[in-house]
Design a protein around this ligand. Sequence first.
Ligand code: FAD
Ligand code: SF4
Ligand code: SF4
Length: 480
Amino acid sequence: MSLKLAARVEMPKQPAEERRRNFEEVTLGLTPDQARAEASRCLKCKARPCVSGCPVEVLIPEFLALVVQGEFEQAQGKIQERNSLPAICGRVCPQEIQCEQRCVLGRRGEPVAIGMLERFVADYAREGELARRQHCELKMVPQSLLKEGAPRIAVVGSGPAGLSCAAELAKRGYQVDIFESLHDTGGVLRYGIPEFRLPEAIIDYEVDYVKSLGVNIFTNVVVGLSLDLLELLESEEYQGAFLGTGAGLPYFLNIPGEGLNGVYSANEFLSRANLMKAYRFPHYDTPLKVGRRVAVVGAGNVAMDAARVAVRLGAEEVSIVYRRTREEMPARLEEIEHAEEEGVQFRLLANPIKIHGDEKGHVQAMECATMKLGEPDASNRRRPVVVPGSEFILELDTVIIAVGQGPNPLLTRRLPGLALNEKGNIVVFDEYGATSIQGIWAGGDAVSGAATVISAMGAGKRAAEGIDLWFKSRGQDSGI
Ligand code: FAD
Ligand code: SF4
Ligand code: SF4
């Protein structure tokens, strides 16, 4: 006899026609009843394969059991034992290739919606906390975890890697200062991922949680320019450092015309829209004209975000230009579908070869070649090959290049002796992220190249463990 599985609860979302014109969150979140119903699908498997699919090993069956009982705030505490940023991960983690991919229910139907439930729990706890704060005029209470005489650690970068390393170190009793070059915290979470996928209030709240653990965050500090890291370590002002500097340097296509007005890197375009609030112009002084026709080159999450921002800024025709087919597109399926629903078009098997400008030096058109797929390349995806004589012209006002990012060399070139690979990523020598310089650890995109929020968080957390082990191995005078 085969048992019939209950269907997975569907996430409610704003209708596509409505959301095309606003920056409000697309997905609306589950109700308590929906959350309990979804969590009750969990089979409480003894082997817990879902947990090993999560890079920070969230205690999934335990938090789901608390959701079933309606103990939502306790469920939040259970998640926070392993994950300092649950409302963020519940929204942007590629769950379908991590925790949910390992869920046994996926073999017979649809896996438990672990990401949606993590988001529900975190939002519920956040709303409760905010209501209590408003009612009692309380601020989030700083927890006194600091151990006397504990080593002081400098964390460079306030993206997910830096925040998670700092939170874990603070929980273990270390003094932690984060230095961030931008005027606000969060790294890509804030300047890259648009508000309609990850609202700012959520980032603020989760950063506040990290601060409540006793972590200090100093913004507008470019380490390598305004602070010399080696000097800080040599003077023993800090006893160790973690580099979570990300991969914020955009790659370009290296084709003629990339210097024309109206050509942006996705990084610049999204930063103007998100961090500098161009979509609230003239309330914010950041004009960002997209014109009528926009092409975004690339097909990862970054490209989907740029295309969907362009739609919301009023462009009439927005297309993704990609040299392979839909099957090879690296973006999450959910993001591709949302983009399609919002009217983004896909010009597949098309490769830009030249951007043409008008007499004023502004983009006018992009010349592309039609491609076909050949034999698999090093990435195991079929290599796109030009179809001879197939060139065509797309008339455009704006081109956004979203073909990847690499690490920014600003800090690394000021750290002689820091081993880097041929792409400029920091080389680490153990699972904890120890670099070639004693006392400096690294993790996140700066090491792996552009990856995911949760993998950066996992690396930050492991580095904190490594730092802790190192100080413990040095004996009592560390204070830990
Ligand atoms: P970052 O988030 O890049 O943070 C690094 C921080 O270090 C930055 O704030 C930077 O200003 C700061 N910094 C750099 N150098 C210095 C210095 N010298 N001094 C001081 N501060 C410095 N991942 C997902 O899992 N899901 C998604 O949906 C998703 N969407 C994405 C959408 C976009 C548009 C982009 C660009 C990326 C997306 N990613 C997504 C990838 C994910 O955001 C990154 O993998 C992750 O943010 C990496 O974290 P990190 O902490 O290593 O680096
Ligand atoms: Fe899944 Fe991400 Fe949550 Fe881990 S942090 S359980 S991978 S949604
Ligand atoms: Fe529950 Fe799926 Fe994890 Fe099993 S694998 S414990 S069903 S979430």
